[in-house]
Design a protein around this ligand. Structure first.
Ligand SMILES: Cc1ncc(COP(=O)(O)O)c(C=O)c1O
Length: 396
C-alpha cells in the first residue's frame, strides 16, 4: 500500500469539500448561494494592504526567523496584554501560517501516541483529524442545544482519565457560536491544575461577539494556570485576512520551542509580507472590526428569525462567531424522498439543499453533531434573503 496508515486514518475537510462543490456548480453556470463560508466576506482593511505593499517595495521578501519576526511578536504581546489581560514574553509567542498550523504544531508538540484529548462537541472540523494525525485519541464531550451548547466543568471532569493530556476549548465556538461562561472556565482552569492537563484556548472568534456575551481568556486567570494553557488566535476572522495565513500561539517557552522545531522542518517562517501586514492589523486602527461586527449582528438576527420560521427547524440566537446552527431533526424525521432515497441525515439534507435549491450549507455531522446544519451568515444580506427564500420553498 502506498498511502501511510496515518494519512489513511484522517478524513478530508468536509467544509472545504462543500465549498469546492459549490464552486464547481458556479463554474457550470449555476447561481449557487454559499452559506458554507468560514470567512468574512469583507475586504482586508486598506491600511493593512498598504503595509503589505510597503513591505514588498522595501524588499521585505526573504526568509524571516522561523517563529516569526520580533516586531510582530511584540505587537501580539501588546494585543494579548491590552485585550486579554495576559502577559507573555516574545519568547513565549510564535507565528505560523494560520491558526490552523498553530493548532497542528501544538497538538504534535504535546501529545504522544495514545494520549487522550478532550474535545467538546459540536467542534470545528480540523481538531479531530489533527488529534488523530498525532496518533492521540479524541474523547468527545457533548454539549447540548437546550444548554445553549455551553460546556460545564462537571462534564469535563467526568471524562478525565489517567491518559488525559490535553483539552481543546473553542469559545466563541465554531459551529455553534456558543460563548462559555466565565464561572465554568474558572472551574475548568482548576481542573487543569488538579489533573495536570494542558489546554488549548482557540480564541479566533474573540472579537465577534454579540449582545451581553463576554469573552474570557483562560490564561488570564493566574500564572500557574497560564503555564498549562496555549492561547491561539490569528488575524483571519477579526481582520478579514483569511488568505494571508497568519496565526499565532502563546504558551510556555518549553512548548513554544517544541512547536518552533516542528515548524522549522515543515514550513519555516510564515509569509514575510503577511507578517508585516499583521503588525499593522494588530497595532493600527481597529475601527473596521466594529463595523464588521455590527453588520454580522444585523445578519445574525435576520437569519435566525427566518430559520425559526421554517417548519421543522429551530435555531438558537448564537452569541458569537458568524454561524447559525439550526436543529433540523424534525425535517430528517420526515424522511424526504429524493431520487428514490430517503433523506435521513444532515449530509443527505445538505446535499438535497445544494442540488435542488442551489444553496451550500454544511452538514452537522462534519462537526460531530448529527441533526444540525451550519449556515454561515458571512455573506451579503441580499444573498442571505435569497438563500433562505430558496431553502424555505424547497422544504415546504
Ligand atoms: C475554530 C477555528 N479555529 C481555527 C481556524 C483556523 O483559522 P486560520 O488558519 O485561518 O487562522 C478556524 C478557521 O475556520 C476556526 O474556525
Amino acid at each position: 500500500m502506498t498511502i501511510s496508515e496515518r494519512v489513511k486514518n484522517i478524513n478530508p475537510s468536509q467544509t472545504l469539500a462543500i465549498t469546492a462543490q459549490a464552486l464547481k456548480m458556479k463554474m457550470d453556470g449555476k447561481k449557487v448561494i454559499s452559506f458554507g463560508a468560514g470567512e468574512p466576506d469583507f475586504d482586508t482593511p486598506e491600511n493593512i494592504g498598504d503595509a503589505a505593499i510597503l513591505a514588498i517595495k522595501k524588499g521585505f521578501t526573504h526568509y524571516t526567523t522561523n517563529s516569526g519576526i520580533i516586531e510582530l511578536k511584540k505587537a501580539i504581546a501588546e494585543k494579548l496584554k491590552k485585550d486579554n489581560n495576559i502577559e507573555y514574553k516574545t519568547s513565549e509567542i510564535m507565528v505560523s501560517t494560520g491558526a490552523k498550523q498553530c493548532l497542528f504544531n501544538t497538538i504534535l508538540t504535546i501529545c504522544n501516541p495514545g494520549d487522550e484529548v478532550l474535545l467538546p462537541i459540536p467542534c470545528w472540523v480540523s481538531y479531530t483529524e489533527q488529534i488523530k494525525f498525532a496518533q492521540a485519541v479524541p474523547v468527545f464531550i457533548p454539549t447540548y442545544y437546550h444548554e445553549a451548547f455551553k460546556l460545564n466543568a462537571k462534564q469535563v471532569e467526568e471524562k478525565i482519565t489517567p491518559r488525559t493530556k490535553l483539552i481543546i476549548l473553542n469559545s466563541p465556538n465554531n459551529p455553534t457560536g456558543a460563548v462559555y461562561d466565565s464561572e465554568e472556565l474558572k472551574k475548568i482552569a482548576q481542573l487543569l491544575l488538579k489533573y495536570n492537563i494542558y489546554c488549548i484556548c482557540d480564541e479566533i472568534y474573540e472579537k465577534l461577539i454579540y449582545d451581553e456575551a463576554k469573552h474570557l481568556s483562560m490564561a488570564s486567570l493566574g500564572d500557574e494556570v497560564k503555564n498549562k494553557i496555549i492561547t491561539i488566535n490569528g488575524v483571519s476572522k477579526s481582520y478579514a485576512m483569511t488568505g494571508w495565513r497568519i496565526g499565532y500561539a502563546a504558551g510556555s517557552e518549553e512548548i513554544i520551542k517544541g512547536m518552533s522545531k516542528i515548524q522549522g522542518h515543515s514550513t519555516s517562517n510564515p509569509n514575510s509580507i503577511a507578517q508585516k501586514a499583521s503588525v499593522e492589523a494588530l497595532g493600527g486602527k481597529q475601527d473596521t472590526i466594529e463595523k464588521m461586527r455590527k453588520e454580522f449582528d444585523k445578519r445574525r438576527q435576520y437569519m435566525v428569525t427566518r430559520l425559526n420560521e421554517i417548519e421543522g427547524m429551530s435555531c438558537l440566537m448564537p452569541p458569537g462567531a458568524f454561524y447559525a446552527f439550526p436543529d433540523v431533526k424534525e425535517i430528517l424525521e420526515r424522511e424526504i424522498d429524493y431520487n428514490g432515497n430517503k433523506i435521513k441525515n444532515s449530509f443527505g439534507l445538505s446535499n438535497y439543499i445544494l442540488k435542488e435549491a442551489e444553496v451550500a450549507v454544511v452538514p452537522g455531522i462534519a462537526f460531530e453533531a448529527e441533526g444540525y446544519l451550519r449556515i454561515s451568515y458571512a455573506t451579503s444580506m441580499e444573498n442571505i434573503k435569497e438563500g433562505l427564500d430558496r431553502i424555505e420553498k424547497l422544504l415546504k
